[in-house]
Design a protein around this ligand. Structure first.
Ligand SMILES: Nc1ncnc2c1ncn2[C@@H]1O[C@H](COP(=O)(O)OP(=O)(O)O)[C@@H](O)[C@H]1O
Ligand SMILES: N[C@@H](CCC(=O)OP(=O)(O)O)C(=O)O
Length: 375
């Protein structure tokens, strides 16, 4: 009996386009067939597909992929229709229904919208539909963009509590050096930790249509691993790539989730990677030990400094005095209140500021990030 898994598959622009940068319906159809193969095994699939800009820019009259934001957005608005039409038709030929979900970064930072997206996808998956996610390119502004769909796919994997994330690209995994500049670079088959060497090896895209290159995939892998989601990068052009990847027999790079790190649950994942921290709370040594090793709450006594403005209930960055980011958490005081009570013992906090139990951040509302670099 096959273990039924929830899998997020990310397909990059370079895997959906032909040499001249135009969308390749043949490539798209083949990848849908690959997904159908694992759906037939009982796995649930959420597809994060790029390709809207690539599918639209020629129809907009451009010979090359445009670089201006508004032009790319206009191209995406044409291309997204083309993509969905092609996906719907091909999934339908396998008896599956496809659905479209367009998300922006701000949807992820709003907890209600985040949970709504999660609930919607849950219903779709229960009913056998294949949700197809892309960034809502036409309305995102530069500063609010995910930056690339690799990051989006990792965040979607956290959102739906996926078992695995498969990032398909035009290359068969992570090499120990940028293969565009070093022909002797070797494929890394298993990666247990994202070290500075790994980050240095991962370079930019080698194609005209891909956006983030390997470096953005590694940033994405950090997010998925933090949620305890095993991640694989492999070649979209290989036959049976998804089927083999589920069975851990595909050629590619497998990133192992750290067993010592409990996977973050949905709310913790949101706090760590999606909430968009509003300010910073600088803590001393004792407070760092208390919240990272002793499962204690963060008390105002251990707060040395407060940077920026935030309200009670916002997510803040918790930083040690030496500058290291310790984690993120939901704060129980506004920035102004916390400035007044920092370094005070609980008994010294004025009654008009005191909140129930008085802690600055409850342990259950804190996510430690010392083992995981937040993006
Ligand atoms: N260390 C590395 N290992 C593998 N690929 C790398 C590395 N550094 C840079 N790259 C480049 O990253 C590309 C994949 O990223 P990208 O073009 O953005 O693809 P996609 O469209 O699938 O997101 C590879 O084709 C390769 O040219
Ligand atoms: N939302 C954009 C995706 C851009 C993007 O991230 O592309 P890629 O690096 O190929 O995954 C599009 O659909 O064209």
């Amino acid at each position: 009996m096959v273990d039924k898994k929830r899998i997020v598959v990310k397909i990059g622009s370079s895997s959906l386009t032909s040499r001249n940068g135009e969308i390749s319906l043949r490539k798209l159809a083949r990848l849908v067939d690959e997904i159908a193969l694992i759906k037939e095994e009982g796995h649930e699939v959420v597809l994060v597909s790029s390709g809207a800009v690539a599918a639209g820019y020629r129809k907009l009259g451009f010979i090359e992929r445009p670089t201006e934001l508004a032009e790319k957005q206009a191209a995406a608005s044409i291309g997204q229709c083309q993509l969905m039409e092609a996906y719907s038709e091909r999934f339908h030929s396998h008896g599956y229904t496809a659905s479209q979900i367009l998300i922006t970064r701000s949807d992820f930072s709003d907890q209600k919208r985040y949970m709504n997206a999660r609930n919607t996808i849950q219903v779709l998956l229960e009913r056998g539909v294949v949700p197809i996610v892309n960034e809502n390119d036409t309305i995102t502004i530069k500063q609010l963009k995910f930056g690339d769909n690799d990051t989006l796919s990792a965040k979607v994997a956290g959102l739906v509590e996926a078992d695995e994330l498969f990032i398909l690209s035009d290359i068969d995994g992570l090499y120990d050096d940028n293969p565009n500049t070093n022909p002797d670079a070797k494929l890394l088959e298993v990666v247990k930790e994202i070290t500075p060497e790994i980050e240095a090896a991962a370079g930019d895209s080698g194609s005209d249509v891909g956006t983030g290159g390997m470096s953005s995939k590694i940033e994405a892998v950090k997010i998925s691993l933090a949620a305890g989601i095993e991640t694989f990068i492999g070649d979209a052009n290989k036959s049976n790539i998804l089927y083999d990847a589920v069975n851990h027999q595909a050629r590619g790079t497998y990133f192992k989730a750290n067993d010592e790190l409990d996977g973050l649950d949905v709310r913790q994942h949101w706090i760590a990677f999606n909430s968009g921290a509003k300010g910073e709370v600088i803590i001393d040594d004792g407070a760092r030990v208390a919240i990272t090793q002793e499962q204690s709450h963060l008390l105002p006594q251990g707060v040395r400094e407060v940077n920026g403005g935030f309200d009670c209930g916002d997510v803040v960055v918790i930083r040690h005095m030496n500058g290291e980011e310790v984690g993120r958490g939901v704060i129980n005081y506004s920035a102004d209140q916390l400035r007044k009570i920092r370094r005070l013992k609980l008994t010294e906090i004025p009654d008009d500021i005191k909140v129930t139990d008085s802690e600055a951040i409850k342990q259950e509302e804190f996510v430690c990030l010392t083992n995981v670099m937040a993006n």
